[in-house]
Ligand binder design. Structure first.
Ligand SMILES: Nc1ncnc2c1ncn2[C@@H]1O[C@H](COP(=O)(O)OP(=O)(O)OP(=O)(O)O)[C@@H](O)[C@H]1O
Ligand SMILES: [Mg+2]
Length: 322
């Protein structure tokens, strides 16, 4: 195969969550080479004439779509998928409408509720209905991922604190923010891979919070994901061994992840993030249609547990591109 690896334009001073895209580009390129394929990388520009010339010059069979943001914003990422579809070339991962729907956490939650899928209760501007004077909430971005703006202060109690935090986060990071009921329980990541046109659930990882101070909320915040020197980073530890003792929970997470994949109409690969409350009830936090594909990230770790090497995973994702 000849593969054009298309990626977001990343400036050298971009924050670590954006730099991560370039690490994925290098890893995907190496993986393709190891499997005997040709891979060339180029930055996406939202210009149809430029894209057409790029595709013509590359003579690629397909595009590996690693465009996670355009003009620095995740919310514009679907543009690349939309333009690739317009150009008539096969590309990896989900299409533009699925990317747009899953990127909008509020739209996603409405879709899940309408389909009977469990997702935590929430409140949003302007009325913040449902948020009373008590209860624990987490204030999150509506349309940016990578735990942007998530630190201990994101977990608050009651309406007044929710409103104050949402205003503060909007001031700091821009964009829209909402509050979701804080599920003080276990966390699971479910990686799903397309196989023969159907979703195939890879071994499910539980995220352990080790040596966590009792008074700190157990969340995988920005530092946990992107600051390798932070204790939250090395103290959030992936574990695949839990499922042997809990086949019912494993089956339920599998069932819900597949339903979520089908509801949104995912393609190629995706990851569904869950929290499970003290009574063992799972809640879907979100669907990620462009989860990190670094060799040491969760998706590749889950594939490895299923016996798929990193190189084979990347080749497989290419082979199901449409
Ligand atoms: N309702 C919730 N209850 C408990 N913890 C939560 C909740 N929402 C988010 N979190 C914590 O914050 C983390 C990031 O949240 P979420 O996965 O919704 O956002 P994201 O920034 O889009 O993440 P990603 O990098 O996976 O795309 C979760 O992994 C979890 O630890
Ligand atoms: Mg997540």
């Amino acid at each position: 195969m000849r593969v054009l690896i298309l990626h977001s334009h990343i400036s050298p001073d971009a924050p670590p969550d954006e730099q991560d895209t370039m690490a994925q580009v290098a890893s995907v390129k190496d993986a393709l080479a190891a499997r005997g394929h040709e891979g060339a990388a180029a930055a996406f520009q939202p210009d149809p004439f430029y894209l057409e010339a790029l595709l013509r010059g590359a003579e690629a069979d397909l595009v590996f779509n690693l465009v996670e943001s355009v003009w620095g914003k995740g919310v514009y990422a679907p543009l690349a998928a939309q333009m690739l579809a317009g150009a008539g070339i096969a590309y990896t991962g989900s299409d533009a409408s699925v990317m747009a729907a899953s990127n909008d956490k509020l739209l996603s939650k409405r879709m899940m509720v309408a389909a009977g899928l469990p997702t935590p209760a929430w409140g949003e501007a302007p009325d913040w209905n449902g948020i009373g004077p008590s209860g624990q909430w987490i204030v999150k971005s509506v349309d940016e991922d990578a735990s942007l703006g998530l630190d201990d202060g994101a977990v608050v109690t009651g309406r007044a604190q929710v409103l104050a935090r949402a205003a503060q986060s909007a001031g700091l990071h821009g964009g829209k923010w909402f509050a979701e009921s804080f599920v003080d329980g276990r966390e699971f990541n479910v990686a799903v891979l397309e196989e023969d046109g159907k979703p195939f659930v890879l071994p499910i990882a539980e995220m352990h919070f080790e040596h966590w101070q009792a008074d700190r909320p157990r969340i995988v915040g920005y530092a946990a994901k992107w600051d390798q020197a932070a204790p939250e980073n090395y103290n959030t530890v992936r574990d695949f061994s839990w499922s042997k003792a809990e086949p019912a929970l494993e089956a339920e997470l599998t069932r819900l992840a597949v339903r979520c994949w089908n509801l949104f109409g995912c393609r190629g690969y995706a990851r569904v993030d869950f929290r499970v409350d003290g009574e063992g009830k799972p809640y879907i936090l979100e669907l990620n249609v462009n989860p990190c594909l670094e060799p040491e990230a969760g998706f590749a770790a889950a594939a490895a547990k299923a016996g798929l090497s990193y190189d084979e995973l990347i080749e497989h994702i290419c082979s199901v591109a449409a």
